[in-house]
Write a protein that binds this ligand. Sequence first.
Ligand code: SF4
Length: 314
Amino acid sequence: MAKNEEYIRKPDWLKIKINTNESYTGLKKLMREKSLNTVCEEARCPNIHECWSERKTATFMILGDTCTRGCRFCAVKTGLPTELDWGEPARVAESVKIMGLQHVVVTAVARDDLKDGGAAVFAETVRRIREANPGCTIEILPSDMKGDYESLTTLMSSAPDIFNHNIETVRRLTRRVRARAMYDRSLQLLKRVKEIAPDTPTKSSMMVGLGETKEEILETMDDLLAHDVDIMTIGQYLQPTKKHLKVERYYHPDEFEELKEIALSKGFSHCESGPLVRSSYHADEQVNAASAQRRIKYMKGYEEQEKTEVNFTF
Ligand code: SF4
């Protein structure tokens, strides 16, 4: 475990394969033509070459390219956003169609300048994607919308297939890492989704390497489970620029594996954990795995019920 004197040297397992093939350049062109943003580019995601070149997938970032918050881990531009673009939902839907996606992840910048946090445009985007792409599953990754439940209800009226909201870090570090968010507010938001739509799987992601302890990571897992979160992803924090928080330590792939095993044993239906794992990394596979787990759980519940019924009969 290295100590962060100045900058810790990046370990070999974080070296990225650069691949800018036709699929990569084609996706870039499509995003520019449609005036769309992706979190892959804006957040400088380390997986962009794999996702765009090999998996032909991307995570759309709607409501503009400027975020009203200024989280100290995130590379997305901060400032006062421009007006809302009501043409954006249709352009996202059309791009999903052109890309032929079976599963799409849509996230958004935090729009604290808007009364509904952008929920109406977000919901419209989900509806437009569904209309143009029946059969494509839709995962949404919104901000906490300042914990406004009316905005959440507006968003959930579009019936996304997966609701994803990131806890990002442990309770103790939340203020330092994302000053304008609140740990408990994020947990409440996830819980509320289950109250509105009990069958919608919920998902949350955290970064490690910001100075948290193992006990704090396990507490975060417990907190998420206590708020009925089904899927968890865990990835290494990487410092996007010198202005952002430094990496306190790099976790070894074996440690990620151990965290995954702990998460599953604690009760998550699926956990993706690895140095380069991001909330939307291999999201399509996570959906399939989570639905399979849900089916197993359901069948187990059904068998138990049958047993109970038999016991009653006797
Ligand atoms: S992991 Fe997500 S954000 Fe990163 S490149 Fe892949 S789809 Fe984009």
